[in-house]
Design a protein around this ligand. Sequence first.
Ligand code: 13P
Length: 223
Amino acid sequence: MIFAANLKCNHTRSSFKLYANTLNKALESTNDEIIVFPPSIAFLEDKCNFIQGAQNFYPCVNGAFTGEIGKMHLDEFSIKCVLIGHSERRALGDENLIKAKFDFAKEHGFKIIFCIGEDLEIKNQNKTLEFLEKQLKIIDLNYENLIIAYEPIYSIGTGVSATKEDINKVLEFISSLSKAPLLYGGSVNENNIKEILAINHCSGVLIGSAALKVENFIKLIKG
Ligand code: 13P
């Protein structure tokens, strides 16, 4: 199973060091794939028992892009995994940039967790599947280092995940388009994680709030 933690704009350099130390110890023997996306200011140089990923980057090696982080900066921390298309970033940019990020990350062999998800309006209009298909159209669904995360916007940070039936329907649909491992994200917590991981085609979870405390994240991983 894949357990990914998106720490978003939480944790500092010093608090993430403690987070990583505790997580490293807990992961000394695990067969699961654990990925953590800290804020980039907190990237660690040390070797970890988990994969460090970047929440964001700019599709360049380096250059005149004020405020951005390029591949050169990720390389310094041996970061080979990136999150692309999270709804919180989609809200800030356009699809062309998402596509440029995907193409750049693919060209450089990064593991990509590509996020898709509809809002409540689309869901209520019964347009979820066509909306998600459109979001997936801009990327190479056969890329061997791709993971797709389904994160319905209405469930992110609300404490209420999508229903088992809805997740099942969506993952079934995505699996008809791509062989990539599929994650679910959106209010995953200790009360619903077992049920979510048991859903057909679900290879893991992308966790926000419930992974902010390392002890909670470890509990979710260890079941
Ligand atoms: P929550 O788990 O806080 O709903 O966040 C999910 C998320 O956005 C992970 O990328």
